[in-house]
Design a protein around this ligand. Structure first.
Ligand code: HEC
Ligand code: HEC
Length: 232
């Protein structure tokens, strides 16, 4: 029987634009795939060389926490990196069709990653105290400027590919936010506008607040010593 967590992956939809030779108008094609997480586990071996078998990322923020991220977010990022829309020279060679295969393998690896429990500990910002002025300012900024897309608790929106920010490393979020502001990472222009309007100080506070948003217990691994049994 298929576990509950995978049922929601049925009918994952991919959309991309192609060029019609006559009209030169973009053509939108929608493809549906049935994910096979068992095959995804094999595909993930190549990813685990950098992301490690738990896909938890690192405190320095060089790698993101991938575990627990929404399937449509992971898929969009993979396609963006594969097509060069998101610049990631380190990972690029490993997501080419000739290294990890076609769309079915991407769907499968994403399905596999989404079954992994999240790290119980992640890097956090400088203001843990909910009574501090900095935390409260971060909270107000988050609610006014970010929660409309990333959700009241940072849970994201799978279908709209708004990333889940709960549990993401503070250091990684900071690096991403700065690269959006420097124009290096292209994202939804509405988010770029919001980030551009924040001072460095406000950005630090809002990201610190996000890093203390609680992750539902059931999504977390039992301990920081948990190791992915598929890779033992
Ligand atoms: C050579 C190392 C390397 C390999 C192999 C690799 N990655 Fe990555 N990946 C990275 C780095 C580094 C980043 C962060 C890039 C940045 O800072 O913008 C990243 C980012 C990502 C992201 C974006 C997540 C987010 O929330 O921003 C996804 C999704 C991802 N990797 C999935 C995969 C998958 C799936 C594979 C295997 C097919 C893979 N990666 C293989 C290095 C690697
Ligand atoms: C209009 C919707 C929208 C708003 C408002 C918005 N975001 Fe985003 N955010 C997105 C989308 C969409 C992405 C994924 C971009 C992509 O596709 O590469 C994203 C990505 C991110 C990421 C990178 C996550 C990752 O896993 O790579 C961070 C960090 C982030 N947003 C923080 C914020 C903060 C902080 C605010 C408020 C100050 C904010 N966002 C406001 C839509 C939004």
């Amino acid at each position: 029987m298929m576990p509950d967590c995978l049922k929601r992956l049925r009918g994952l939809v991919l959309a991309f634009a192609a060029c019609n030779a006559y009209a030169i108008e973009p053509v939108k094609v929608t493809l549906e795939f049935q994910p096979d997480p068992d095959n995804g586990r094999y595909v993930f071996e190549i990813c685990a060389r950098c992301h490690l078998p738990e896909a938890w990322g690192d405190k320095e923020g060089n790698y993101p926490q991938l575990a627990g991220q929404h399937v449509n977010v992971l898929m969009k990022q993979l396609l963006d990196i594969r097509t060069g829309h998101r610049d990631n020279p380190t990972m690029l060679p490993f997501v080419q069709e000739r290294t990890i295969g076609g769309y079915q393998n991407l769907v499968d690896v994403v399905a596999y990653i989404s079954t992994l429990p999240m790290a119980p500990i992640h890097s956090q910002g400088p203001w843990p105290d909910p009574d501090s002025a900095e935390y409260r300012q971060g909270m107000r900024l988050y609610q006014a400027k970010c929660s409309g897309c990333h959700g009241a608790s940072g849970e994201g929106v799978d279908a709209a590919h708004y990333p889940r920010l709960q549990g993401q490393h503070f250091s990684y979020m900071k690096r991403q936010a700065l690269s959006v502001r420097e124009g290096l990472r292209k994202v939804d222009p509405a988010m770029t506008a919001v980030l551009d309007a924040l001072s460095d100080d406000e950005l630090e506070k809002v990201l610190s607040y996000i890093s203390y948003l609680p992750v539902p217990r059931e999504d977390l691994a039992p301990s920081a010593e948990w190791r992915n049994p598929d890779f033992q």
